[in-house]
Write a protein that binds this ligand. Structure first.
Ligand SMILES: C[S@@+](CC[C@H](N)C(=O)[O-])C[C@H]1O[C@@H](n2cnc3c(N)ncnc32)[C@H](O)[C@@H]1O
Length: 264
């Protein structure tokens, strides 16, 4: 799997990727997660065991959540299989003036190894931001997750691949299917569970600028319906829709679907 996600294991590319993530949409998404997560934790008694299982480089978000975790002596497991992304996370953490450092437990494991290492019924809150599409076997993931979540617990995830139609490129990346680039003007229809690869342009918005070396990532397509039905089959109570359904926030103007899995 590491080969398909080489960019997270290459110091130069991972750093560039992390810097690209310092954009308005990424901040806004983190803010939405922060609101949903904090409101949820207020309904439960501390201390809380929380986790981000594809955590990446940015613990410089989630200000309300970190405040709650700090004040309640709670913890967040910051899980990522790339030691480079975890090192970047530690660097970004230096810029945070509060004492959130105390609450973060950095864990260098795959999400599966991490979940398997936990005792059953221990997690209160799981964050999966821009990463659900790295999961190739949803049934295995949801089943394991369900066992590891305690009573009255939730997972919050973005849903980023609403369409099964892959074009030749997006604004910032070129698409590959079955190892081949999709020719200009053509499309490929993805079936559930099929994977596709994204390679990033040197200049966003300029397909003629060439591709950044080693900056590629492979993802798995699952329709929203299959994601929802698979989660329900494992026993989850599923809510899914535009983020505005889940917060009273009105400052941001962007579309993004959020998935919330609840274990009662
Ligand atoms: C697209 S980034 C998203 C990071 C973060 N959630 C965010 O929104 O900024 C995906 C992250 O997941 C990590 N990752 C990918 N596959 C993984 C796996 N199987 N287990 C653990 N981490 C993984 C990568 O190293 C990378 O840091």
């Amino acid at each position: 799997m590491e080969n398909e996600q080489e960019m997270f294991f290459n110091k130069t590319v991972a750093k560039e990727f992390a810097e690209h993530e310092q954009n308005e949409k990424n901040y806004a998404t983190a803010k939405v997660f922060d609101i949903i997560a904090s409101n949820f934790l207020k309904t439960k008694r501390p201390p809380y065991h929380t986790t981000d299982i594809f955590a990446g480089a940015h613990p410089d978000r989630y200000h309300n959540l970190f405040k709650i975790l700090t004040e309640t002596n709670s913890q967040i497991d910051w899980v990522d299989y790339s030691p480079i992304m975890l090192d970047l996370a530690k660097e970004y953490l230096q810029s945070c003036e509060d004492n959130r450092k105390q609450t973060i437990n950095f864990i260098n494991k795959t999400y599966l190894d991490y979940l398997k290492s936990l005792q059953n019924e221990t997690l209160d809150l799981i964050l999966v931001k821009y990463s659900l599409d790295y999961i190739d076997n949803l049934e295995e993931f949801f089943s394991l997750l369900y066992n590891k979540m305690g009573g009255n617990s939730i997972l919050i995830s973005t849903l980023t691949a609403p369409s099964n139609t892959l074009k030749s490129h997006s604004t910032n990346a070129k698409y590959f299917f079955k190892g081949k680039p999709i020719p200009e003007g053509e499309e490929r229809k993805l079936k559930d569970g099929e994977k596709f690869t994204i390679k990033f342009f040197k200049e966003s918005g300029n397909p003629n600028s060439g591709l950044i070396e080693n900056a590629e990532t492979t993802k798995y397509y699952f329709s929203q319906n299959v994601i929802i039905e698979t989660a329900k089959k494992q026993g989850f109570n599923v809510s899914c829709g535009d983020w505005k359904q889940f917060t009273k926030e009105n400052k941001f103007d962007f579309d993004m679907n959020v998935l919330i899995l609840k274990k009662k």
